[in-house]
Design a protein around this ligand. Structure first.
Ligand code: CO
Length: 131
């Protein structure tokens, strides 16, 4: 159903893609999609039905994922929710006072429209919205 929010993907920050993908490929038998680049990271997408896990490895230490790894170490970086209408969801965030990282949607991996909500607004979880 396109009218209900879904989990689009969970982004996991990893220092080494090859090491990280081994579990998914060798234990779960999931073949990753081709690597993509976005926000200074190389991304490997692993498909789990309607939702993906994205392994995110930094291209530089100054990239968002590079900084996250330096501060927090490997782990869940963000959760992406697919919403029926991204513009409406962002407007609802603004009306409700949730702080946004991206005031207007921008292009993420695979050309999707995305926007991040600040983790301080959402119980410490960095939330990405897409449609
Ligand atoms: Co993402």
């Amino acid at each position: 159903m396109a009218d209900r929010p879904r989990i689009a993907h969970v982004g996991i920050a990893v220092p080494d893609l090859e090491a990280a993908v081994a579990f998914y490929r060798d234990v779960l038998g999931i073949v990753p999609g081709p690597p993509e680049t976005a926000d200074g990271a190389t991304i490997l997408s692993l498909h789990f039905g309607d939702s993906d896990v994205e392994l995110l490895a930094p291209l530089t230490t100054a990239s968002p994922i590079g900084k996250f790894l330096a501060k927090r170490g490997p782990g869940i970086h963000h959760i992406c929710y697919r919403v029926p209408n991204l513009d409406a969801a962002l407007e609802a965030c603004r009306v409700a006072g949730y702080r946004l990282v991206d005031e207007i949607p921008r292009r993420g991996a695979a050309g999707r429209r995305i926007a991040f909500v600040h983790p301080k607004a959402t119980e410490g979880i960095l939330i990405e919205l897409t449609d």
